[in-house]
Design a binder for this molecule. Structure first.
Ligand code: S3P
Length: 745
């Protein structure tokens, strides 16, 4: 539909080749009215007639020379013929069309188009903007053309230095007018990417169907061929001439992709022959994980924006109470460590209650990338086929760890003693977090480890170094630093001793012991010696007390609440939140206390009770380090003042949590004054408003809880990262009685 204020983008569009690709651009511009006239050129007269009858062109001819003289600066020719026919069309254009007219094409291979241009014109002409719409279907011909074909699809342009800017802009705007997203790429990169993602699958689909069709039993085979065959071979119905041309035009890149694939297939064949379950499971689990990831991306927008562009906003209605029994997802810290130690162990580690959040999944993917076969996760169950301390393989590229600081710091230690090089990268938030706190002591252990300027990611580790044990006193209370050094210590000569200035979570030490690796604890020092082995173990991951904390505060601040949190990990190094809430007057009762897989677990009942402001005891800070955002909400609902000091670590979490919480609380009318190492909060009324979580999961969830005591609606921006630690938060919160809606913005 054209809007009155929109001018024509071009005067005439001439489409040479009225098949699916050409016909659809003609139809799109006819439909949106952004060009004066659409003219079709087809070899056959009946195609011309059909195109006119379908209303996708105004005029149509069998030869370009019929219209060439009419064309000038404001016009565009779109060449949509099979790839190897482009040269012939160029020759015709050179003979009859003015160099003012913009030319673009839709061929799937760009190197051959440029070569044809050089052959015909003597150089790449400024008027040529090579392009490739990533759209289509197995259907072909003018009758398959659709005005909507390019909506939300990508078009890749591969301009050269010779390409004129005005021509480039014109082509871009025309594609955008039919709803396409336009990007640019160098020619060679385009041809390699397309060889792997499009040309190879077509070659394989054609070959498979041809193989089966040649089989004497083919009638039966096709009769019984079910969904798998249909899904896999749909594209073998595509236009044979077009694909013949593509394979020849992109010969080198296609051969490279085919060789890689043949190698993998040969490996699979051998695994089947030798009944090598491990390799089979390895290929299938890795492929499934990759395909599932791709499906998620596609579900958002076909071939278009990636998941990272996804933005979620929470809207919360004020008031309410929480009640019932809930089990929050598995502990993040324990889940990371279960994958890491399971991978390095001898034997198969079975995990239950694994956190299927993005952070723990980043760790899981990293080990898959290093050759570990990992089945699942499926409903919290994961099977890790350990490769032993020296069985990891070099990953194919940098390990991307998303938002997860724990993954990066622990892996830095674990990988420092490997034989191979590796690079660790992360998202925008992780890329600003300090890594020198691990890089420095690992360097003292003789690791070759580099960070970006200022000590932030990427972290580059050079392998093949013999690590030496050290005796290290940490300048900050950090379980991540302690764990990183202990994991490096597994590979070090002699013993590694880490002393902490205050107790931090000890999951690494407990789990190492559970895997049969001796760790000694003397006062504030944890010690182990390198050269041992880990033996696979069963792991039952308790519910994460850091996730439960949101609901402990929810029940404590909302009158009438009575909520039970089931199977929560209550490791003494994690229960700062319980201790602090009790000091504030909260009513929490632990029951059913037991030890599961080396970790204490309990059910926690929380009933509403009026809270008092307190000075948070400094010794509780490291024990509640992740729970402060929601504890600040408790403080905002308490009578009097709450003062926190000694918590400067909060400034280097996924966001500067002191500033982020102070800013948000102030928006909601709460008196909150940040200090360099803490905050002072005066309890009182909570108002309403719109706050920014800065992409920090715990800030987003903390403000969701505040709504229970708010005077009006609270909106929270940037909430997609809640999935890093607490997938299903919105559903669980709603089930407990919090009125939360999620909007995809
Ligand atoms: C974690 C340790 C803590 C914590 C983080 C998880 C761990 O970080 O904040 O969420 O699993 O070891 P620091 O060790 O940096 O304090």
């Amino acid at each position: 539909m054209r809007f009155p204020h929109e001018e024509n983008l071009i005067n005439k569009l001439v489409v040479i080749g009225l098949g699916l690709i050409g016909g659809s651009l003609a139809a799109g511009l006819k439909a949106n009215g952004r060009c004066g006239e659409v003219i079709g050129i087809a070899r056959r007269q009946d195609t011309c007639e059909q195109a006119k009858a379908l209303g996708i062109v105004d005029r149509a001819y069998t030869s370009l020379s019929e219209v060439a003289a009419e064309l000038g600066e404001r016009d565009l020719i779109f060449i949509a013929v099979p790839t190897l026919a482009v040269a012939r069309v160029f020759a015709e254009i050179k003979a009859v069309v003015s160099p003012q007219v913009t030319l673009t094409d839709g061929a799937s291979v760009k190197g051959s188009v440029l070569a044809a241009a050089v052959e015909v014109f003597g150089e790449v002409p400024a008027q040529l903007v090579p392009g490739h719409p990533i759209a289509g279907s197995e259907k072909s011909g003018v009758t398959a053309a659709r005005a909507e074909l390019y909506r939300d699809h990508r078009v890749i342009l591969t301009p050269t230095p010779e390409t004129g800017q005005a021509h480039r802009d014109k082509v871009r705007r025309v594609w955008q007018s039919v709803g396409a997203e336009v990007l640019e790429m160098p020619v060679a990169e385009h041809d390699e990417v397309l060889a792997a993602t499009s040309h190879l699958p077509h070659a394989i689909a054609y070959s498979l169907v041809d193989t089966l069709a040649n089989d004497a039993e083919n009638e039966n085979i096709f009769r019984y061929a079910a969904g798998g065959f249909r899904d896999f071979t749909r594209i073998a119905s595509s236009d044979p001439v077009m694909w013949h041309d593509i394979m020849r035009a992109n010969r080198d890149s296609v051969l490279k992709a085919l060789d890689l694939f043949s190698q993998n297939l040969a490996g699979l064949r051998q695994a089947i022959e030798t009944e090598d379950s491990e390799t089979l499971l390895g290929v299938f689990t890795r492929a499934k994980a990759a395909r599932d990831h791709f499906t998620k991306m596609l579900a958002k927008q076909a071939y278009s924006n990636s998941m990272q562009d996804r933005e979620l906003r929470f809207h919360l209605q004020p008031g309410g109470k929480v009640s019932g029994s809930i089990r929050v997802p598995g502990d993040k810290s324990v889940s990371h460590r279960a994958i890491m130690l399971g991978s390095l162990a001898e034997g198969v580690t079975e995990i239950e209650g694994f956190l299927e959040g993005e952070d723990a999944l980043a760790t899981l993917q990293a080990f898959r990338d290093m050759g570990v076969v990992i089945e699942g996760p499926s409903q919290g169950r994961v099977k890790v086929h350990g490769v032993g301390l020296h069985g990891l393989r070099p990953p194919p590229g940098p390990l991307y760890l998303g938002n997860s600081g724990t993954s990066m710091r622990l892996l830095a230690g674990l990988l420092a003693g490997q034989a191979f090089d590796v690079v660790l990268t992360g998202d925008e938030s992780l890329s600003q977090r300090p890594m020198n706190r691990v890089a420095k002591p690992l360097g003292l252990m003789n690791a070759a480890i580099e960070t970006g300027a200022g000590g932030v990611p990427p972290v580059k580790i050079t392998g093949g170094r013999q690590l030496q044990g050290i005796d290290y006193t940490m300048p900050m209370a950090s379980a991540q630093v302690k764990s990183s050094l202990l994991l490096a210590g597994l590979y070090a000569e002699g013993s590694t001793r880490v002393t902490e200035p205050a107790p931090t979570r000890d999951h690494t030490e407990r789990m190492l012991a559970g895997f049969g690796y001796p760790v000694e604890r003397r006062g504030a020092t944890a010690e182990l010696s390198g050269g041992g082995t880990l033996t696979a173990a069963a792991i039952d991951v308790p519910a994460d007390i850091s996730s439960a904390a949101f609901f402990m505060v929810a029940a404590s601040i909302a009158p009438g609440s009575d909520l039970t949190l089931l199977h929560v990990g209550v490791n003494p190094t994690r229960i700062g939140v319980i201790n602090i809430l009790r000091l504030m007057g909260a009513d929490l009762t632990l029951s059913n206390e037991r030890v599961v897989g080396g970790e204490p677990v309990a059910d926690i009942r929380v009933r509403y009770a009026p809270l008092q402001g307190i000075h948070v005891p400094p010794d509780q800070v490291p024990l509640a380090i992740d729970e402060f955002p929601v504890l600040f909400v408790a403080a905002a609902c308490a009578q009097g003042e709450t003062v926190l000091t000694g918590a400067q670590e909060l400034r280097v979490k996924e966001s500067d949590r002191i500033q982020a919480m102070a800013d948000g609380l102030q928006v909601l009318g709460v008196r909150a004054a940040p200090t360099p190492d803490g905050i002072v909060i005066r309890g009182g009324e909570i108002g309403s408003g719109r706050v920014d979580s800065l992409g920090d999961h715990r800030i987003a969830m903390a403000f969701s809880i505040a709504a229970l005591r708010a005077g009006g609606e609270i909106q929270i921006d940037n909430c997609a990262n809640v999935a890093t630690s607490f997938p299903g938060f919105a559903e669980i919160a709603r089930g407990a009685g919090i009125s939360l809606e999620v909007y995809d913005t």
